[in-house]
Design a protein around this ligand. Structure first.
Ligand code: ZN
Ligand code: ZN
Length: 350
């Protein structure tokens, strides 16, 4: 039976750009109607992430009145025309960008680079701090019963980002990878994902308080603000005397120079994060002589999200359950994000 879809819904819209206090207000909006090939998702949970904080502060395209949120899971409650009726009633997790499926980027599978589709929730189209969003089969993955809504919500951005970067690094089981920023959400999940893929992991963090939890996540070695010698020492211990196979650079500025210098010849530095924005010095001599590769990595594709969901469902990956807050507390969730008081991630529940 198809549930009845109301005409209007509650959203937490951006009330002002700037501090988290009173940044969001409850507003009533029309429920969007799915067009051909689209379906309507009733949101069960929407993650709150650093990207949203940038948008709230006015550092991205969002303006007052916009609805943020791109980490969405829910259930399909209505379908437009076309071959999508069988999605109704299914629980889904969504990739944060809706691609077009037809442009040259999509044809190569690089859907995170598509700029012809509906776009990125919260940036290009209304986001998930709401009761409903539109989606389609190009950005939706069906959820098995064993994967909870709040985990599914953060699976693409919180976990798939790290998996996408590990794929870009072209690693095989037994390879050794350094992951910087391992105490943060993306880095922490990347440690767990890398272990699930059978990699040796040297995790780096700037926060002594995070060491125990990173060890528990499975890292073979955990280093606090290490220099080149310390990382190279760990690499030797893990049978990589010429350096590590890859670095997943989640931090950016403060760690980049070290990351480049701990790579083996033909090693890959995959740049995911830019948490402390800075111009990065690439060390041309080193890069040329050792034939290093520096690779950017944006966000998960649908294939990455499917793999994350499969890994969780088969218990190869055991993510931390995000805490749940009602959507009316979006400002509270953002304040916690700004102050870094939240351990793990937060999802808003309509
Ligand atoms: Zn996110
Ligand atoms: Zn496309």
């Amino acid at each position: 039976m198809t549930p009845t879809v109301p005409d209007t819904m509650n959203v937490a819209a951006l009330a002002q750009l700037g501090p988290a206090d009173a940044a969001f207000e409850a507003v009533v909006r029309p429920v969007p109607r799915p067009g051909p090939g689209e379906f309507l998702v009733k949101i069960a949970a929407c993650g709150v992430c650093g990207h949203d904080a940038l948008a709230r502060r006015g550092e991205l395209a969002a303006t007052v009145g916009d609805v943020l949120g791109h980490e969405i899971a829910g259930v399909v409650v209505a379908a437009g025309s076309g071959d999508v009726a069988d999605w109704v009633g299914r629980r889904v997790a969504l990739v944060q960008r809706r691609p077009c499926g037809q442009c040259p980027d999509c044809a190569r599978g690089a859907t995170s680079q598509c700029r012809r589709g509906p776009g990125f929730y919260g940036d290009d189209l209304p986001g998930g701090y709401a009761e409903y969003v539109l989606a389609d089969p190009l950005n939706a993955v069906r959820l098995p019963d064993g994967v909870a809504d709040e985990v599914a919500a953060v699976a693409s951005c919180g976990i798939g980002t790290g998996l996408h970067a590990l794929r870009k690094a072209r690693l095989e089981a037994g390879d050794v990878v350094v992951i910087t920023g391992a105490g943060g959400g993306v880095g922490f999940n990347a440690v767990r994902t890398a272990k699930a893929l059978g990699l040796g992991v040297i995790a780096c963090t700037g926060d002594d308080a995070k060491v125990a939890s990173i060890v528990e996540a499975g890292a073979d070695r955990v280093l606090v603000r290490p220099d080149v010698a310390a990382v190279r020492g760990c690499a030797r211990d893990l049978d990589r005397p010429r350096g590590v196979d890859a670095v997943i650079e989640v931090t950016g500025g403060p760690t980049f120079a070290t990351s480049l210098r701990v790579l083996r010849p033909e090693g890959r530095l995959v740049l995911v994060g830019n948490t402390v924005p800075a111009d990065l010095a690439i060390a041309p001599g080193l890069t040329i002589v050792k034939e290093l590769q520096v690779i950017g990595s944006a966000h998960a594709t649908r294939a990455d999200l499917q793999e994350v969901i499969d890994m969780i469902d088969t218990k190869r990956l055991d993510p931390i359950r995000p805490r749940r807050l009602p959507m009316s507390e979006a400002s509270t969730a953002h304040a916690a994000l700004d102050e870094r008081t939240a351990t793990g991630r937060t999802v808003l529940v309509p």
